[in-house]
Design a protein around this ligand. Structure first.
Ligand code: SF4
Length: 287
């Protein structure tokens, strides 16, 4: 068996953080975190009824890895707003809060940050198995590489898309695609994600034919057909955010979940009853 040699920066981080020390011991025992969650929740399972098998990579959102380790690690959601951080489903919903899942996200994040080649090798291997699984099931493989983070994969791992041309990749992002993520591979589709801080950028993106996810509180009423002049489609039916399903130039409406609407005071949740509240126009920084 090939001996595991930790990189020097991981050893240095382990010296400063008990959490990283535990991770390092786990890696030395020959473990590698599983990166893909496949059909693992109700929403992605619904995609199977529409003919898609969905794989998602969940890392630690925003500065969660820095907080967990006490180290100055990179914020994986550079354009997160106050409202989305407080409501982040990748950290607060359902099974996401279980300690084992928090640890799994952190270990994947540490692999991504400290051992990028090992991360890429693991992802390649898992994607190959995922494609075989989809083929056996007669489903189309789709992959969301940003389950709870906002990484510019087309920059950090551009070969991924060419190596897996049969996989449709898609993501939600708060980094305005029409300004900062223009040169996307053909098999990577982005839905811009509205927050209280980027509402005008959403309208700009919609007008250019992009799609925008919005957390929309209708207070129990049906979804509106249009919002601020753009069509609204339901986004909770499944998680397959592809233009041939959603259309183009549309709001993708997500209902607030887990008490988010009641707690939100920032304007992150768009309330039909009160109209929108936009705290600031912040065109997003690059990662
Ligand atoms: S950008 Fe998305 S994943 Fe990151 S904190 Fe906000 S809601 Fe969560």
């Amino acid at each position: 068996m090939k001996l595991y040699t930790p990189p020097a920066d991981l050893l240095a981080a382990a010296a400063a953080s008990p959490v990283v020390t535990e991770y390092l011991a786990w890696r030395r025992a020959g473990n590698v975190p599983t990166l893909l969650s496949i059909g693992a929740d109700a929403k992605t399972s619904k995609g199977e009824g529409a003919g898609y098998l969905t794989a998602i990579i969940y890392l630690s959102p925003a500065d969660a890895a820095a907080r967990a380790t006490g180290l100055p690690l990179k914020n994986l959601c550079p354009a997160a707003s106050e409202g989305c951080r407080a409501a982040c489903l990748a950290e607060t919903s359902g099974r996401m809060v279980f300690a084992a899942n928090v640890r799994a996200r952190l270990y994947r994040t540490l692999l991504y940050m400290f051992e990028p080649e090992a991360f890429r090798a693991a992802l390649r291997s898992e994607l190959k198995a995922f494609i075989r699984k989809a083929e056996r099931a007669g489903l189309k493989p789709v992959c969301r590489p940003n389950g709870g983070q906002d990484i510019l994969w087309e920059r950090v791992f551009p070969e991924l898309f060419a190596e897996f041309p049969g996989v449709r990749f898609y993501d939600y992002t708060k980094i305005l695609p029409s300004r900062y993520r223009r040169d996307l591979p053909e098999n990577y589709h982005l839905t811009f994600s509205r927050a209280e801080s980027n509402h005008l950028a959403c309208l700009e993106f919609l007008a250019a034919g992009g799609n925008v996810a919005i957390v929309l509180d209708t207070a129990g009423a049906p979804l509106p057909e249009t919002l601020e002049g753009f069509p609204v489609v339901a986004g909770d039916e499944d998680d397959v955010r592809l233009p041939e399903r959603d259309g183009r130039g549309v709001w993708v409406a997500l209902r607030p979940k887990g008490g988010v609407a009641a707690r939100d005071t920032t304007g992150f949740v768009y309330r039909m009853s009160q109209g929108r509240r936009t705290t600031a126009v912040r065109i997003l920084p690059t990662a």
